[in-house]
Design a protein around this ligand. Structure first.
Ligand code: BG6
Ligand code: MG
Length: 211
């Protein structure tokens, strides 16, 4: 019996992949570090500093901790410029329909995102007051695939993990949901889930899983 649905934000509710890609690419180009879309795919669901370590795998020199901090901040500055342009039109197809249907049927909805920029993104897309709980990169110490972000969301809602469904586009996010003892729905081909949907526009979460 599912009482709450915990949504990943980036790549599930809103399309920010390309903003992350462009921001990392700009920083990597400035540093002379090779970076492409395939490497960007590996950053999905992964925290900012863990993402930086993946980007630096292709660096030709070692970076100190202070330099790494500066690189991550620089990337985030570029990313913030890009997400300041997001509008409700950047909601992914089917996201709003699913969110409304779940809410209308008494199911709690929460965000479970690794991103520290979650509050900014939710404001940009007009959903800052929509969710019953928001758990994000600002209230966790361990990033996905650790289940912390989803366990905190479940706790905020007062719903046992076994009665939560996690919706994710990242392998790391599906693993986090599973490790947290939750049911999982994969969109865009994330591996290892209980349920699969190509995207949310062709999938009614309430009818197909919750009801
Ligand atoms: C996740 C994204 O939602 O947030 C990752 O999928 C990103 O690609 C992570 O690295 C952290 O984001 P931020 O906004 O805190 O740098
Ligand atoms: Mg995601």
């Amino acid at each position: 019996m599912i009482k709450a649905v915990l949504f990943d934000l980036d790549g599930v509710i809103v399309s920010t992949d390309h903003c992350h890609y462009r921001a990392w690419k700009r920083m990597a180009d400035e540093e002379g570090i090779y970076f492409d879309e395939k490497i960007n795919d590996r950053l999905r669901g992964v925290s900012r500093m863990a993402s930086l370590e993946i980007v630096l795998e292709r660096a030709t020199r070692a970076y100190t901790d202070d330099e790494k901090k500066e690189l991550a901040e620089r990337k985030n500055g570029y990313y913030r410029e890009l997400i300041s342009e997001l509008t409700p039109a950047d909601l992914l197809p089917g996201a709003m329909e699913n969110l409304n249907k779940l809410k209308d049927n008494g199911i709690l909805v929460a965000v479970g995102s690794s991103s520290k920029n979650t509050p900014i993104i939710l404001r940009q897309i007009g959903l800052d007051a929509f969710f019953d709980a928001v758990s994000d990169g600002n209230n966790i110490t361990r990033s996905k695939p650790d289940p912390e972000v989803f366990l905190k969301a479940a706790e905020m809602l007062g719903v046992p993990p076994a009665e939560c469904l996690v919706v994710e586009d990242a392998d790391a996010g599906i693993e986090a949901g599973r490790r947290g003892g939750m049911k999982t729905l994969s969109v865009k081909g994330a591996a290892g889930a209980d349920y699969f949907a190509p995207d949310l526009s062709s999938f009614d979460i309430y009818e197909k899983i919750v009801r």
